[in-house]
Every structure is written in C-alpha cells, then in structure tokens.
Design a protein around this ligand. Structure first.
Ligand code: IMP
Length: 187
C-alpha cells in the first residue's frame, strides 16, 4: 500500500521505511510549508493536510518531532531543527544545546514524535510517541541524525548514535508513534 509522507528529511524517511517495511513509502517534499503551530501535532497536521490535497484517495502522513529538555523549559521543542537559527544546522544546534546545559546537573530530556495521517476517505488520525533519557556532556557515536549523538535513552549507557538502526527504532519516539500508525493503517 502506498503511503505519501510529507518530509524532505532523508533520515526520517529512512527510519519510517525501516519501521513500516510493508508500506510503499513515497516522499512528498513539504519544504516551503510554514510550521506555525505551537506544538508537534499541530505542525504535523499542517504538513499532512498540505500533501493530502495533492493525493486524494491515498494514505498521507507527516511526522513532526523534536527534543524537549527539562532544564530548558522544554526547549528546543518545536524549534529543534532550527534551534541555533536559520539555516538549520545539526553541528550548531548540538553545540548550542551543550553550551546551554553547561554546569547543569539535571539533564533529563525526551524526544517526541507526533504523526498525523489522512486516510483515503479524508478522515484524520494521529499518534504520538515519546522516548525519555538524558543529554550527555559530549557527543558520541556516528549513527542516526540530529541530536542522536547527545541523547542517551533511559536504561542505556549509549547514545542513540551508538545504537544500530534496529535498536534505535525499537525504543525511539518515532518507533513508538509508528507502531500505533501500523495499527491505524491495518484496519
Ligand atoms: P521537523 O522536521 O520540523 O520535525 O524537525 C525535527 C528536528 O528534531 C530534526 O531536525 C532534529 O533536529 C530533531 N529530531 C527529530 N527526531 C530526531 C531523532 O530521531 N534523532 C535526532 N534528532 C531528531
């Protein structure tokens, strides 16, 4: 079954294809759509509605996700991709996060992934997944993307970037949200 996904992020797309291998995942580049909502699910719906208009009669999906750090009042949150400003830069985002947490002892954080879906009849669905952990004091690992080298999930002595794709997908915010999406797509 075809699943149109509103993203230009190839890392997200790869994870979505890995987690939902039974679906034919097709990227519809949503670049240029303004993510003006104040929460993840609001932005996911802005993105999915924009592509659903182009693919009537098909399943469409959007993922809006980010990192929330307790000591920073939930930042970077919906600004995760552009935490250090425009244009989006992973090295600058990660450097700013470490700088803002210098000397901070409580480094608790979580990733959130909000997924919005429009089904072939135009009915909307949603799912949210979270993964809790903490921010390391230095990056480690080369897998994954974004803040992965800095995020150590609870119960693990390694960052997301030190886990294999299968290990990350089994516990990640995106893996959890997409497990729920699979149930929605299968009915
Ligand atoms: P979005 O494309 O507006 O949803 O922005 C998502 C941003 O959140 C990405 O650019 C990353 O900075 C961050 N992010 C989301 N999911 C992950 C993940 O699984 N690992 C690392 N960073 C992530």
């Amino acid at each position: 079954m075809r699943l149109y996904v509103a993203t230009h992020n190839r890392h997200k797309l790869r994870e979505i294809s890995q987690i939902l291998p039974e679906f034919d995942v097709i990227a519809d580049d949503s670049e240029g759509i303004e993510e003006t909502a104040s929460d993840f699910i609001g932005n996911a719906f802005i993105k999915v509605r924009a592509i659903a208009a182009k693919h009537p009669g098909s399943w469409c999906m959007a993922d809006d996700s980010g990192l929330e750090v307790k000591a920073l009042g939930g930042a970077p949150g919906v600004r995760s991709a552009r935490y250090a400003g425009e244009p989006s830069s992973t090295p600058r985002n990660n450097a700013l996060l470490l700088r803002n947490l210098e000397g901070v002892e409580d480094r608790a954080a979580n990733f959130t992934c909000a997924v919005a879906l429009v089904d072939p009849n135009g009915v909307e669905h949603s799912a949210v997944g979270k993964c809790f952990g903490r921010i390391a004091t230095a990056p480690s690992g080369a897998e994954g993307f974004g803040y992965d080298p800095l995020f150590v999930p609870d119960g693990y002595g390694k960052s997301f970037a030190e886990l294999s794709a299968d290990e990350k997908n089994a516990i990640s915010h995106r893996g959890r949200a997409l497990a729920e999406v699979r149930r929605i797509l299968m009915v």
